[in-house]
Design a protein around this ligand. Structure first.
Ligand SMILES: *[C@@H]1O[C@H](CO)[C@@H](O)[C@H](O)[C@H]1NC(C)=O
Ligand SMILES: *[C@@H]1O[C@H](CO)[C@@H](O)[C@H](O)[C@H]1NC(C)=O
Ligand SMILES: *[C@@H]1O[C@H](CO)[C@@H](O)[C@H](O)[C@H]1NC(C)=O
Length: 211
């Protein structure tokens, strides 16, 4: 028993659970909070959805990712990631929903963490699963890595890693991570569009907003 739970825990830690569960903003699904920190990817790309290309079951696919949904390709507006074969018939598959999303990251002291990383997991809403086309069992994991050597956000579609699990990596100096301006001591998040630290609300200020 002990052995099994240890194994499960270490698998969990390696693969997905890279941090604590963050609090997702109720009005903006592209934003989440830790304790005294804010993560905001609203301006990660100039326009959502962003189009990525990568491998998938049986060939190459387009993947349209939109952190607030409305991928424009999948019918369901709650779709975060929509996929379609680049060569085959234009059938779209929902590869992860916005509403059940989970953000895992550093909860305490994120703004001072060196080489911070965090994850967003977009599982399918399982309201209408189908074992014929995989509806309901798809999940996309987006892994964010703050890298001071990468000037502009670099988005990579890693394709389908395990059956119906898709993965995207976002790497860059300024990718919406919690940050502090070393000159003004303004605390907030690094805005990918401007490279500036934008002040943000913090957990103590938003507690009433969650209750
Ligand atoms: C949040 O941070 C404050 C100040 O650092 C600390 O006292 C408090 O225990 C933290 N809360 C949680 C839930 O970790
Ligand atoms: C942070 O990342 C940079 C670039 O990948 C690397 O050179 C450096 O060693 C890392 N620092 C720590 C403390 O992990
Ligand atoms: C930090 O603040 C200073 C003074 O307000 C400003 O000139 C600078 O652009 C800011 N830097 C970042 C990265 O936000």
């Amino acid at each position: 028993m002990i052995k099994i739970s240890t194994i499960v825990l270490s698998i969990c830690l390696m693969n997905i659970c890279s941090g604590s569960l963050l609090l997702i903003d109720r009005k903006n699904p592209c934003r989440a909070y830790g304790n005294g920190s804010v993560y905001d990817i609203t301006n990660l790309v100039s326009q959502w959805p962003v189009t990525l290309k990568g491998s998938g079951y049986g060939g190459e696919y387009y993947y349209w990712w939109s952190c607030a949904g409305n991928t424009r390709y999948c019918e369901d507006a709650d779709t975060a990631v929509c996929q379609q074969r680049t060569d085959g018939p234009s059938i779209q598959y929902n590869a992860g929903n916005v509403s059940p999303q989970l953000w895992f990251g550093v909860f305490n002291g994120a703004a001072t963490q060196v080489n911070l990383s965090w994850d967003i997991i977009y599982p399918n809403r399982q309201s209408n699963p189908s074992l014929i086309d995989g509806s309901g069992i798809r999940v996309t994991v987006v892994h964010f890595i703050v890298d001071p050597n990468v000037e502009k956000p670099l988005l990579t579609m890693n394709g389908e890693n395990k059956y119906t699990e898709y993965s995207i990596t976002v790497r860059g100096k300024c990718i919406g991570q919690p940050a502090i301006n070393r000159t003004s001591f303004v605390q907030g998040y690094c805005d990918p569009q401007t490279g500036q630290v934008v002040p943000g609300l913090f957990m103590n200020e938003i507690q009433s907003y969650f209750s």
